[in-house]
Design a protein around this ligand. Structure first.
Ligand code: SF4
Length: 333
C-alpha cells in the first residue's frame, strides 16, 4: 500500500526514487558542462552513505519501488558497491526495490560483476556517438573504446536490459540515429534517444539546436517500419518495435511531447536536497533534517510536503520559463 505522502495533488503516485551519488564526472559532455567542469558540491555537504540509505529506507517504506542511481557519474563513488548492496536489501510494501544505474560505463569493466552480486539489475549507458573523433569532440575525452568495453562488461555480468541513451543534437550526431540504433539491434540493447533539455551547466541550451522526437522518428522510419507500443505507463520513453528485429527504440521527447502527467519520479541530490521535478526551482533540505537529528516521521513528512508542491509539469514552453540554477550534473537523470 503506497503511503499517501507519495501521491501528489494531481494523483500521480511516485514509485521511482532517483539518487545522485555524486556531481563529479569522468567526462565533460558539451551539452552538460563546460570544459573545465562546474563548481563541484562541497564535500562536507555530500550525504554520507548512512544518510542516503536512511532517506531511501524511509522512501521505500512509504512505497518507493525503484531506485535509480545517477550522478555526475555514480561509479566514481568509492563505496558504490556497498551502496547498491544496502539499497537492494531495503524492504517496503512493494518488497525490495529494483536497483538500476545510469552511467557512462567507464568503470563497468572493474565493477559490473560486483554490482550484480550486490543487487544491481539493469543499466542505462550514455553513448551519443560511435565515432571516436566525435566522441572526443562531444566528451572532451578519448574514451569511446573504454565505453564500449564497459557496455560489453555489463552484458557479460548479466545486467539486463541494457539501455543506450543518446542525446540527439543538430549538426553534431543527428546523422547517427540509424547507426546507433543498428548497434543496439546487433547487440540486443535498447536504444533511447533523448531530446536535449535546458539543464546544461553553461545555460547555453538552444531550442533550435535540439533535434525533436518527430525528427528522430522520421530518420528511423526512413530505415525501418516501426510499431508504437501502448505499454508506456509512467516511463519517460515512448517505445516502438522495430519490424524484422527483436529490438525496440524509444524516444524521450521531454520538450516537444512532455509526459509529466504520469510522472512517478522524485530525486535526491548528492548534497541531500529533494527535488520533485527535474526542472524544480524549489528543493527540500533533507540533509539539514538528518544532521539536525530528525525522526523518520519528520523525514517522511518532508518528502510528502515536497511532493505536495509538485507542479503539473515543466514549463519549458512558458515565456517565463527559468532554467534551474542547479546543473544536470548535480541533479542526476
Ligand atoms: S519534467 Fe518534471 S514533472 Fe515532467 S516528467 Fe520530468 S521530472 Fe516529471
Amino acid at each position: 500500500m503506497t503511503h499517501a505522502g507519495l501521491i501528489d495533488r494531481f494523483g500521480r503516485v511516485h514509485r521511482d526514487l532517483r539518487i545522485s551519488l555524486t556531481d563529479r564526472c569522468s567526462l565533460r559532455c558539451t551539452y552538460c558542462m563546460p570544459a573545465d567542469g562546474v563548481p563541484w558540491l562541497q564535500r562536507d555537504t555530500m550525504l554520507s552513505t548512512d544518510e542516503l540509505v536512511r532517506v531511501a529506507r524511509v522512501a521505500v517504506e512509504m512505497g518507493i519501488e525503484e531506485i535509480r542511481l545517477t550522478g555526475g557519474e555514480p561509479l566514481l563513488r568509492a563505496d558504490v558497491v556497498d551502496v547498491v548492496d544496502r539499497l537492494a536489501h531495503l524492504d517496503g510494501p512493494a518488497g525490495h526495490p529494483e536497483i538500476s544505474l545510469t552511467t557512462n560505463a567507464l568503470r563497468l569493466p572493474q565493477l559490473a560483476s560486483q554490482l550484480v552480486d550486490a543487487g544491481l539489475t539493469r543499466v542505462n549507458v550514455s553513448l551519443d556517438t560511435l565515432r571516436r573523433d566525435r566522441f572526443i569532440e562531444l566528451t572532451r575525452r578519448d574514451k569511446l573504446v573504454e565505453t564500449l568495453a564497459g557496455i560489453a562488461a555489463a552484458e557479460a555480468a548479466g545486467l539486463a536490459p541494457i539501455k543506450i541513451n543518446a542525446v540527439a543534437m543538430r549538426g553534431v550526431n543527428d546523422d547517427e540515429v540509424v547507426d546507433l540504433t543498428q548497434f543496439c539491434v546487433d547487440h540486443g540493447y535498447q536504444m533511447r534517444f533523448i531530446e536535449q533539455m535546458p539543464l546544461d551547466g553553461g545555460h547555453t541550451w538552444d531550442r533550435h539546436q535540439m533535434v525533436t522526437g518527430e525528427e528522430i522518428l522520421a530518420a528511423l522510419r526512413a530505415r525501418w517500419t516501426l510499431t508504437e507500443r501502448d505499454d508506456r505507463g509512467a516511463a519517460p520513453a515512448q517505445v516502438w518495435d522495430i519490424a524484422g528485429t527483436d529490438a525496440s527504440v524509444g524516444v524521450i521527447a521531454s520538450v516537444t511531447a512532455p509526459f509529466c502527467g504520469t510522472c512517478d519520479r522524485v530525486r535526491l541530490t548528492a548534497d541531500g536536497q529533494l527535488r520533485a521535478c527535474l526542472f524544480a526551482r524549489e528543493e527540500s533540505d533533507l540533509r539539514g533534517l538528518l544532521r539536525g537529528g530528525c525522526t523518520d516521521e519528520v523525514l517522511a513528512d518532508a518528502i510528502a510536503a515536497n511532493l505536495r508542491l509538485k507542479k503539473p509539469g515543466h514549463d519549458i514552453d512558458d515565456p517565463g520559463f527559468l532554467q534551474p540554477d542547479r546543473p544536470m550534473s548535480a541533479i542526476g537523470g
